[in-house]
Write a new protein. Structure first.
Ligand code: EPZ
Length: 454
């Protein structure tokens, strides 16, 4: 049976059609990658601005009436969804000719995150805090689970309640109200898997306009959260302890619009590092901050890969003989879950056994079966994967299931012998801007073709 993924952003009204005896899609964005391998990557690549910093920072601009401009926000499907989300509230959002993203939040007449948008992008939830603080009321569709597992938002809601919000659920929507405004509080945001990135973002964005002092304990320390806090301070907020698990926020009465540059995307940088390592390449990764990636750099070095930080980035020099190692994903500054899949593709080629333990999203292993189709030798035991290194990967048709799992398939495809076909590359387009063109400039041979199998 053909399964239709209605929750994905890519369907258009025209139905699939039969062609050459096979069901072919006529769905915008159902492109496939044909990757010819193996290749050895070499040259320079520039890292874009961070998606996961850009999304909450776009939401933060809603806190200040007037026109903010953001520099370095990448052109990605998820960013376009966020632009639509902000537009339907009554704000003006525009990508200027110079690439800057302008958001005019003078007027917000519909503080709502509708199901049709939230289902396309979970990160839409980060409008909850700023709209509650600015408008005193917000309705956001409850995000469901996704390919990487259950994604609860209980900690977001606990934090907002402690700031004085009244919250109830109705017809699949979270409705939060604070008609009298919010009040500072001491809030503990730790959960069973550590802190919460977007939960910290939400509570922090609500607290900046609350009366009095808020202390967030067990706040997420991810660089994207720190970037958001720096942006909020540039708008007139008073946040200290940025980058630490204890944020102290002294509420202010209003914020002003801002011009702000988002940090480089450390996950994109790490993906290029993995691609260099898997192909024994030599890649200069420009515009990245290795200091934000110490756990990643440490693992690469343990694998025998050279990482040399330089002025605005670093050089990664891979080798044929990759050392096996263990990776445990953890909240920052630990190894990021968003690079687990890509690094598993590299470890699949090591000359021994490695162990990968996922401690943030214990079910985030959709790539395992696909990598095994490419002759990797991976065995999943709960939230652990035992990676028995193989001499080579072999091309196969594979299916992208989520953003980072698809990036892992690209990394594997670059190293594999033969032509790897990756279906549903719209998952990749959510988080990597024209990745095939940028990898091709490094010597990859990736063709994007329209329409894949459904
Ligand atoms: C952010 O998601 C990122 N998304 C994710 O990146 C990233 O994987 C994740 O942080 C972890 O680093 C964006 O920034 C847009 P969490 P977020 O709340 O904030 C549990 C990518 O590929 N939890 O930090 O939604 C949760 O189930 C994406 O770019 C609760 O229990 O993740 C998980 O186990 C995917 N209750 C852990 O905490 C809550 O209320 C961390 O999740 C919230 C989370």
């Amino acid at each position: 049976m053909v399964s239709l993924y209605y929750t994905d952003p890519v369907w258009v009204s025209n139905p699939p059609v039969w062609r050459k005896g096979r069901l072919r899609s006529r769905i915008i964005g159902m492109d496939v990658f044909q990757i010819e391998g193996p290749v050895r990557l070499a040259g320079h690549v520039e890292v874009n601005g961070s998606k996961n910093a850009g999304l909450p920072i776009m939401a933060a601009t809603l806190l200040a009436p007037g026109r903010s401009t953001l520099v370095g926000v990448p052109r990605l499907a998820d960013i376009s969804v966020c632009m639509d989300l902000i537009r339907q509230m009554g704000c003006e959002v525009q990508r200027q000719d110079d690439g800057l993203l302008a958001i005019d939040a003078t007027k917000i007449d519909n503080p709502v995150g509708p199901y049709d948008i939230v289902r396309k992008m979970r990160a839409s939830i980060c409008i909850l805090g700023p709209l509650l603080a600015r408008c005193g009321r917000v309705e956001v569709s409850m995000p469901g689970g996704c390919a990487i597992g259950d994604r609860p938002i209980n900690l977001h809601l606990i934090g907002l309640k402690q700031l004085g919000a009244r919250i109830h659920l109705k017809s699949g929507y979270v409705i939060a109200e604070a008609p009298e405004g919010l009040k500072g509080a001491s809030i503990f945001l730790g959960g069973p898997f550590g802190s919460t990135v977007l939960g910290t973002a939400n509570v922090m964005m609500a607290a900046v306009l609350a009366k009095g002092r808020t202390i967030i304990e067990s706040a997420a320390c991810e660089p994207e959260v720190a970037d958001l806090a720096n942006c909020l301070n540039a708008m007139g907020a008073r946040i200290s302890g940025i980058g630490s698990p204890r944020l102290v926020i002294d509420g202010v009465t209003h914020l002003h619009p801002v011009q702000y540059r988002v940090i480089p995307d450390r996950i994109e940088a790490g993906t290029f590092m993995a691609a260099a390592a898997a192909t024994a390449g030599e890649v200069h990764i420009d515009h990245c901050r290795p200091d934000d990636m110490m756990a990643v750099v440490d693992r690469l070095r343990r694998m025998g890969i050279t990482v040399e930080p330089n002025g605005d980035g670093c050089t990664v020099v891979g080798r044929e003989d990759i050392e096996p190692t263990d990776i445990t994903t953890q909240p920052y500054p630990g190894f990021p879950t968003d690079l687990q899949a890509q690094f598993m593709a590299v470890l699949a080629l090591a000359h021994g056994n490695s162990i990968v333990i996922e401690k943030i999203f214990p079910d985030r292993f959709m790539h395992v079966a696909e990598l095994n189709r490419m002759a990797a030798n991976l065995r999943k035991e709960g939230s652990v994967v035992i990676v028995a290194g193989v001499k080579k990967l072999v091309a196969a048709p594979v299916m992208a299931s989520d953003l980072r799992a698809s990036a892992a398939l690209v990394v594997a495809g670059l190293a594999a012998e033969g032509t790897t076909t990756i279906n549903r590359v719209y998952h990749i387009d959510r988080g990597y801007e024209r990745i095939e063109e940028r990898l091709n400039r490094l010597g990859a041979r990736i063709r994007r073709e329209e329409g894949g199998t459904v």
